[in-house]
Design a protein around this ligand. Structure first.
Ligand code: GTP
Ligand code: MG
Length: 226
């Protein structure tokens, strides 16, 4: 008998992802899956974003990396709770790793769950974690050809953050090329030009979170500073 292992793994993952989605809905937690190449600025984004949220809100973070607790250490004094998952050889997080982590977190009190996926533009796109939204970061130093070369993840992105925009003048980067490639793959996706260093795009990003929270959770966006 021929067994399609890959398909089975994906189906099993989807079942757990759907349970996670239901869990987030019940606890009114907006779950955000952050996906990018290594070093595009995911942890730095969280270091800046979490303190910019209303102090009454609770943010928890689950970080996926092959090794080390470095990212969790960076975020430990920013977030309400942080869990680091070391995936070893795996280039992405699985839904069951999120489900298991939730058991150790007071996620029912959390308004935001930020999931920093393993740095990779390929594998994380295949594995649903049950998140409400997928945010893909593309940084200026990676080059303006990446949207067309890694279309899968950009096709399913709910938002693209073009990070390290402060470096655009130093590098040969064609912004219009990125916008054109993106519009062919994902006509309605929003792109925010962003810099964690200068604060460019921060207000737009917080606005976007506010809108998604209202759409996904159905409550007033009371957690973000006006
Ligand atoms: N110039 C500039 N550098 C940035 C910006 N954001 C992050 N960086 C730098 O980029 C490097 C990587 O940032 P991280 O936030 O660790 O990237 P990451 O995506 O979390 O990396 P991995 O977890 O390893 O995938 C660090 O040296 C940051 O200081 C930015 O807006 N502008
Ligand atoms: Mg990181």
């Amino acid at each position: 008998m021929k067994v399609n292992v890959v398909k089975n793994v994906l189906q099993a993952n989807d079942i757990v992802a759907n349970k996670n989605r239901q869990t987030f809905k019940e606890s009114q937690t907006l779950a955000i899956n952050l996906i990018s190449s290594p070093g595009s600025g995911k942890t730095t984004l969280l270091e800046k974003t979490i303190p910019a949220l209303n102090p009454d809100s609770q943010s928890i973070v689950i970080v996926g990396d092959l090794q080390t607790t470095r990212d969790a250490d960076r975020l430990s004094d920013k977030a309400y709770q942080v869990t680091q998952i070391n995936t070893g050889l795996s280039c992405h997080l699985y839904a069951n790793q999120i489900a298991e982590s939730l058991g150790d977190l007071n996620f029912k009190e959390a308004d935001f769950l930020f999931i920093e996926n393993v740095g990779n533009l390929v594998c994380p796109g295949e594995f649903d974690l049950g998140e409400n939204v997928k945010v893909v970061l593309l940084s200026i130093p990676e080059g303006d050809d990446k949207v067309a070369k890694y279309p899968t993840i950009f096709r399913v992105a709910d938002l693209v953050l073009l990070t390290k925009i402060d470096l655009i003048d130093a590098l040969d980067f064609d912004l219009q090329r990125v916008r054109d490639d993106l519009s062919k793959l994902n006509a309605n996706v929003q792109l925010i030009e962003f810099s964690s260093h200068t604060g460019a795009g921060m207000e737009q990003w917080l606005d976007w979170l506010r809108i998604k929270q209202t759409e996904s959770i159905g409550t007033q966006a009371r957690f973000i500073k006006e």
